[in-house]
Design a binder for this molecule. Structure first.
Ligand code: SF4
Length: 371
């Protein structure tokens, strides 16, 4: 594995408080950023804690027992999260993804789901609520989450081989318990159910065909994610990336696959299906086939900092507005102005060798804003 870099500046404490525009324009649901991209998807990190230490996200060398996680009082509470979700909804967001760290570690997460299920978008419809989890607590929580209003779930699973899985999560957690969580989610009716595998060359890439064989014909959509240079702690190197094109060739050596149309604009996964009816897979190729052109995602950190890109180096402090007595109209206008100024396209720049390196050491950590 590459050299581990200790974060020099902890981004959690550096974020500008957004200005309130002089004119408070009412949201129209048709907001666009500087690259004409709409705001459709809000990822909400509900905790910066996790019970795994995956080296590509929270390497143990950095996130050890001395690491200071955020104090409870600094986290957005459920009322604040729901208020922001409502304001984002009015601007056009129709999908909420709950993330972390590990979101199921957040106490009472079912109650938050139930509160968010009451929120309506600009079209008056309920928002689509989903969640990304490492599956470790899913067997216990699946039914309650479904009952609370969660529609579907994505489970991160990087290997089926128990030894490799335990090494990758770096806390010796057994793969059987995650598989039991996936079964419980299916039984609870959380669908479509997706499984995300981060593929690292020389670590778990040889498991890709085994994973495909395991989930073919189950109705579960397996997505393969290229290993990314997120944050500043995972020591990423390009030679550890297995390009999706190469992975696809490996799968096609076993099964005939054909491309599918995206479900919606801005979808991160390139969809493929087995010709023999064995279901669908996805390829998420941020490194070799950047998809910034349609990126309609904003990210909210655990304590209310808004980030416009997974590779951002600067956040916007919405909590200061929430706890500073600002009205809905003021916060909504500030959100609109922030999105309208957005021009992030890190992966696209990286792919063309023009990635902004200055501040790279301060790139936000994935466990803090969710993948
Ligand atoms: S690199 Fe940033 S702008 Fe590009 S797709 Fe990812 S989050 Fe969106």
């Amino acid at each position: 594995m590459g050299e581990t870099i200790i974060p020099l500046a902890d981004l959690r404490y550096h974020a500008a408080v957004p200005a309130i525009p002089a004119r408070l324009e009412a949201p129209t649901g048709t907001l666009r950023d500087r690259l004409r991209r709409p705001l459709r998807d809000l990822r909400i990190s509900v905790t910066d804690r996790c019970n795994f230490r995956c080296s590509y996200c929270m390497p143990k060398a950095v996130f050890d027992r001395d690491y200071q996680f955020l104090p409870q009082k600094s986290l957005l509470d459920f009322e604040e999260i729901t208020r922001l979700a409502r304001l984002f909804g009015a601007h056009g967001v129709h999908k909420l993804r709950l993330t972390g760290g590990e979101p199921l570690l957040r106490k009472g997460i079912e109650h938050l789901v139930a509160m968010l299920a009451e929120v309506r978008g600009a079209d008056g419809q309920p928002l689509d609520i989903t969640l990304t989890t490492n599956g470790s607590l899913l067997a216990r929580k699946a039914h309650a989450l479904k009952a609370a209003g969660l529609s579907r779930v994505t489970v991160s699973l990087d290997a089926l081989d128990d030894g490799i899985f335990r090494t990758m999560n770096d806390v010796d957690f057994p793969v059987a318990d995650v598989l039991a969580g996936i079964e419980a989610a299916q039984a609870a009716g959380l669908a479509p159910l997706k499984v995300n595998m981060v593929v690292q060359r020389g670590v778990n890439d040889h498991e890709a065909v085994t994973m495909a064989r395991r989930f073919r014909g189950t109705g579960i959509v397996l997505r393969f994610i290229e290993y990314m240079d997120v944050g500043a702690t995972n020591g990423w190197r390009m030679d550890q990336v297995l390009p999706s094109a190469e992975l696809l060739r490996r799968l096609q050596a076993h099964w005939a696959l054909e491309p599918l149309q995206p479900n919606a604009n801005g979808e991160t996964a390139e969809r493929w299906r087995y010709r023999d009816g064995g279901g669908e897979i996805g390829l998420i190729s941020s490194v070799t086939q950047a998809f910034c052109r349609d990126c309609n995602r904003a990210r909210l950190s655990t304590e209310g900092k808004l980030f416009m890109c997974l590779f951002a180096t600067q956040g916007h402090d919405l909590r200061a507005l929430l706890r500073g007595g600002r009205s809905d109209d003021e916060i909504s206008a500030a959100l609109g102005a922030l999105w309208a100024q957005r021009d992030d396209r890190y992966s696209e720049l990286r792919s063309s060798g023009r990635a902004p390196h200055d501040g790279a050491e301060r790139r936000v950590e994935m466990h803090y804003i969710g993948g």
